[in-house]
Design a protein around this ligand. Structure first.
Ligand code: DLL
Length: 432
């Protein structure tokens, strides 16, 4: 099923032509209307007339989160405020939030892209879509809500939290789709289990999960526990919110809506573009946005692009599941560690629950990594020896994946905090 087949299955030349036209237009517009861009381009010696096609994009300077923060709140907007009909903001962990503004056309374009994503994921207007992402400054709730309506499906705007109510509506309304973070999906599964409800008795068939990294093992776990197909959706508020890319039903990478959001992969150290297929930092340029167009925005997300045609017939470039963010990467005794690597090990083991926390500390000059993980009820034993053996097994599995030593702390089920939004997996006490 296609929403805009002529674009989604277009030959590369057609996509490149659209991208070139839109990029040239965007560069001219921001140069004229946004002092920040004019200054930045002038100081890099680039004029709008230097950009003749999408291939010239690498001549443009990068934009960072700090550039948005330094121009807080509306300094990078390209339209006067009377043409901005909505703002969203992303809080991040430090500093001022980054604020984004949408024109009427931007909201239309965003809804269109989310509808395209939902259609890729196999949704139709017959679906009842429970939107359990937070509504508010966060883009998840309203983004999925508008996309669902644009598709013509039924939106259930329940927002995040209140898990028993989520389940009640699933039963009473017959929700066929749930949209939330993957970690919250696991929590819903847990509460279903506690309430003695068989997921197979629900009409739920698809989950639209994103807003945080999640591994293939976590996908398996969610699919088994909720008896649904778990689809990965990606986006960030600075670019538009959810709907920048999404998996189709083949679940083989997320198709980027590249007629609106142009992806590049760069080496985060040298900032040079990497050859096709290599893993690096994802950079996006918005080429159709009006309110706050962003050129070469550094996402910090690490992934690779897949240019082959997908089995579904789409030619839109795919991005692999995010490996993590470069700023989430832990450097422990000089070794690069991604939380996703540990997640995969834990989720492959049948004795543990998919709830964990990584605690990094410094003792003397030595970094230490403690992995706290919940043990499944039936494996939680009074026998110290049994628990010790389990702990040893987890430790050795993680150590052989990471190549560094870790300590493992087994905790009882339901002791690690659950959230309705993005899960917090790491506490790094070294900075404080
Ligand atoms: O998380 C937008 C969103 C909402 C996407 C709902 C998908 C579903 P921000 O709060 O600005 O926006 O956070 C953006 O979240 O740079 C990634 O690091 C991470 N992220 C988003 N989607 C995924 C995903 C929303 N599917 C940041 N896989 C991004 C991995 C993701 N990480």
């Amino acid at each position: 099923m296609f929403w805009t087949k002529e674009i989604e299955c277009a030959p590369r030349e057609i996509i490149s032509k659209i991208q070139s036209e839109r990029l040239i237009n965007t560069v001219n517009r921001v140069y004229k209307n946004v002092p920040y861009y004019r200054k930045k381009m002038d100081s890099s010696g680039i004029k709008p007339s230097d950009i003749l096609s999408i291939d010239d994009i690498s001549k443009l300077p990068f934009t960072n989160k700090d550039d948005l923060r330094n121009n807080y709140p509306f300094g990078t907007f390209a339209l006067p405020m009377d043409q901005i009909i909505r703002v969203h903001a992303s809080s991040g962990t430090t500093g001022r939030p980054t604020v984004v503004g949408y024109s009427k056309n931007d909201i239309e374009m965003w809804s269109e892209n989310v509808a395209r994503c939902l259609c890729m994921a196999g949704l139709t207007q017959n679906d009842m879509v429970q939107v359990a992402y937070g509504y508010g400054l966060f883009t998840g709730g309203l983004g999925l809500h508008y996309g669902t309506e644009h598709l013509g499906a039924t939106a259930i705007p329940i927002s995040g939290g209140n898990t028993q109510k989520q389940i009640q509506l699933m039963q009473d309304f017959g929700s066929t789709v749930i949209c939330c973070t993957p970690s919250y999906a696991l929590y819903i599964a847990e509460v279903l289990n506690e309430m003695g409800i068989d997921p197979a008795s629900l009409k739920l068939r698809v989950g639209i999960f994103g807003a945080e990294p999640w591994s293939e093992s976590m996908r398996k776990e969610i699919e088994q526990k909720l008896k649904i197909k778990a689809i990965d959706i990606y986006g960030l508020s600075e670019i538009v919110g959810p709907g920048v890319s999404c998996e189709c039903t083949y679940q083989a990478g997320m198709h980027v809506n590249e007629d609106h959001f142009y992806p590049e992969i760069i080496d985060p150290e040298t900032l040079q573009p990497l050859p096709p297929g290599e893993i690096g930092e994802l950079v996006f340029s918005t080429i159709s946005k009006e309110g706050i167009p962003l050129l070469r925005y550094r996402t910090r997300d690490l992934t690779r692009l897949i240019f082959d045609q997908c089995e579904c017939g789409r030619t839109l470039v795919r991005m692999e599941k995010c490996k993590g963010r470069s700023d989430d990467m832990l450097i422990i005794r000089g070794v690069n560690v991604f939380p996703s690597q540990i997640e995969s090990v834990l989720l492959e083991m049948s004795e543990t629950e998919p709830h964990y926390l990584l605690i990094v500390e410094r003792e003397g000059n030595l970094d230490t990594l403690k992995v706290q993980v919940e043990v499944q009820e039936q494996f939680f034993s009074d026998e110290i020896k049994e628990l010790q053996n389990l702990s040893k097994k987890i430790k050795s599995n993680i150590e052989s994946t990471l190549g560094i030593s870790v300590t493992v702390q087994l905790v009882e089920p339901r002791t690690i905090e659950r959230t309705a939004g993005k899960a917090k997996r790491v506490i790094d006490k070294r900075q404080t």
